[in-house]
Design a protein around this ligand. Structure first.
Ligand SMILES: [Zn+2]
Length: 150
């Protein structure tokens, strides 16, 4: 949320640890006009802390869609499931890029629920991915990409 009083040092630590990626949609902050926000993985009202262990770098949209949620419905099973937690889980265990690298695919119930609620494949972000792909700055180099159907 805008207007939080994180120290500049703490914000730098969050940014560097995230490699300047939104820790949900993996958009790079480097090519954006506005800085990303600092997300409380566990909301303060639900007992989350203001310390580094509970913070994540998140783009404005992911932060807004996540809001105070920690869980959501997995669209495949209709079961309530925890949202992705970038502090305790690895992105690559729950998400993978489609073969054309424009769409994030869920690898787990958590992945699918997070894609759904945070709208990780919203149209505008896919246009940004397409443009970034054309100049070789997408996807982030360590991210998994699904194998083409062999
Ligand atoms: Zn994002």
């Amino acid at each position: 949320m805008p207007g939080r009083k994180f120290s500049p040092e703490l914000q730098d630590q969050v940014r560097q640890r995230a490699n300047y990626l939104c820790e949900y949609c993996h958009t790079s902050e480097k090519w954006q006009y506005v800085q990303f926000t600092i997300d409380h993985v566990i909301p303060i009202k639900q007992g989350g802390s203001e310390s580094l262990e509970n913070l994540a770098l998140a783009c404005f949209h992911c932060n807004r869609y996540k809001s105070n949620r920690q869980a959501a419905i997995d669209p495949e099973t209709q079961q309530m499931t925890d949202l992705f937690n970038p502090r305790s889980q690895a992105w690559a265990d729950h998400f993978i890029w489609s073969a054309d690298k424009l769409t994030i695919l869920g690898q787990s119930a958590t992945g699918r629920a997070t894609i759904d609620v945070l709208k990780l494949n919203r149209e505008r972000i896919q246009l940004i991915r397409e443009a970034d792909l054309a100049v070789n700055r997408h996807p982030p180099k360590d991210d998994p990409v699904i194998d083409r159907i062999s």
